[in-house]
Design a protein around this ligand. Structure first.
Ligand code: G6P
Length: 372
């Protein structure tokens, strides 16, 4: 009903708008002003976490993209090797797991069969399983050793939005917590980032306040067949998520690429007028990658593409190469997906609506897939 949608035309629009609160709620009570994490619900003893020698993240769909970003965060703050794998592929290759493996299973619903089977397989091999889940008391958390709940509130629209942002927050919390418990050399950075996480809700709110040009752009592209998305580092999973949203909602051919891979094939797809969305990394800190992606944008544009550039406020270098510029607030590099994903959600939702699609119930999809 209209009341359940809080006055919005769809659950998806409401859920996009809910994101600042969802992000804040997921941090509530878990972070203090000194930059220390309190994750009592992670009921795996610190002694066990200190013995972990490998992390494996398993998930499907949008949650898998959160898991890809988790890998960057976990390896950076803990120096533990981390792999992220599609839950549907995981057990069939007989993965190497033992008591010192921490498996992180991410699932909004907690009922996805592929992810549940991965959890069961991991526990049979003696691994410890930590679930990141949005649904209290669902099957995956019940079958895991511990659970960190995301506090996105109920997500009704089939395409995931606020659950994804809170999965990212939970992944950062897990990465930072592992770093805190294990005492890596990044201790000061961890405390700083914990404090910066508390500012991300406001940053998401600011992005939401500037989306009208993104909606206009989306409407102008409704007649296109293909949109490509490229990014690097944590911007690569963001590109994949932007493409997935467009497939799910607009039924368009959309693909995400790592920008460095363009020259190894995908650049052959670029033609006059093709919209290419580029997620630009922070110009600070990762300056090497920033310079490389600026060259990529030039290459794409030289071949006639219409560039849609998502870049931080104050990043002036990209301006000459952007046919459309979408600004996001400056954030620490690893946290950028929290703000960079939001315009892509709005873009897909608006484009789908312009094409006459029902955004809450896309054809052929289910909110929770409980078969393998
Ligand atoms: C389905 C949904 C996706 C979701 C995926 C994983 O395919 O349509 O939006 O990302 O399942 O769902 P989960 O509940 O495990 O996060």
């Amino acid at each position: 009903s209209a009341a359940e949608k809080g006055g919005y035309a769809s659950f998806m629009l409401k859920e996009i708008a809910d994101q600042p609160k969802a992000v804040a709620d997921t941090l509530l009570g878990r972070v203090d002003g000194s930059g220390t994490l309190h994750l009592d619900e992670v009921r795996i003893a610190p002694g066990v976490l200190r013995e972990v020698d490998k992390v494996v993240v398993v998930a499907c769909g949008t949650a898998f993209h959160a898991g890809m970003i988790a890998k960057y965060a976990i390896e950076h703050w803990t120096r533990l090797p981390c792999e992220t794998e599609l839950a549907s592929e995981f057990r069939y290759r007989d993965p190497i797991l033992d008591q010192r493996t921490l498996v992180v299973a991410i699932s909004q619903s907690g009922e996805t069969m592929d992810t549940l089977m991965a959890v069961r397989h991991a526990r049979e091999q003696g691994a410890k399983v930590l679930a990141i889940c949005n649904t209290n008391g669902s099957t995956i958390p019940r079958e895991s050793d511990a659970v960190l709940y995301t506090h996105a509130g109920p997500e009704v629209a089939v395409a995931s939005t606020k659950a994804f942002l809170t999965q990212l927050v939970a992944c950062y919390l897990v990465a930072l917590y592992l770093g805190q418990v294990r005492g890596t050399k990044w201790g000061d950075e961890i405390r700083t980032v914990v404090r910066q996480l508390s500012e991300m809700s406001g940053a998401v709110e600011r992005v939401l306040g500037t989306m009208e040009p993104v909606r206009e752009l989306a409407r102008s592209l409704a007649g296109h067949d293909t949109v490509l998305f490229v990014g690097r580092h944590v911007g690569y999973p963001v590109a994949l998520e932007g493409a997935l949203k467009l497939k799910e909602l607009a039924y368009m051919h959309a693909e995400g690429f790592a920008a460095g891979e363009l020259k190894h094939g995908p650049i052959a797809l670029i033609e006059e007028g093709l919209p290419v969305v580029v997620v630009v990394p922070s110009p600070r800190g990762r300056s090497v990658l920033h310079g490389k992606i600026v060259s990529n944008i030039q290459e794409i544009r030289a071949r006639g593409a219409r560039t849609v550039v998502i870049a931080e406020e104050g990043d002036d270098e990209v301006v000459p190469y952007a046919d459309h510029l979408i600004r996001i607030p400056a954030t620490p590099t690893l946290l950028q997906p929290l703000v960079a994903t939001v315009p892509l959600q709005v873009f897909a939702c608006e484009l789908a609506t312009a094409r006459g699609n029902e955004v809450d119930q896309p054809r052929n999809l289910a909110k929770s897939v409980t078969v393998e």
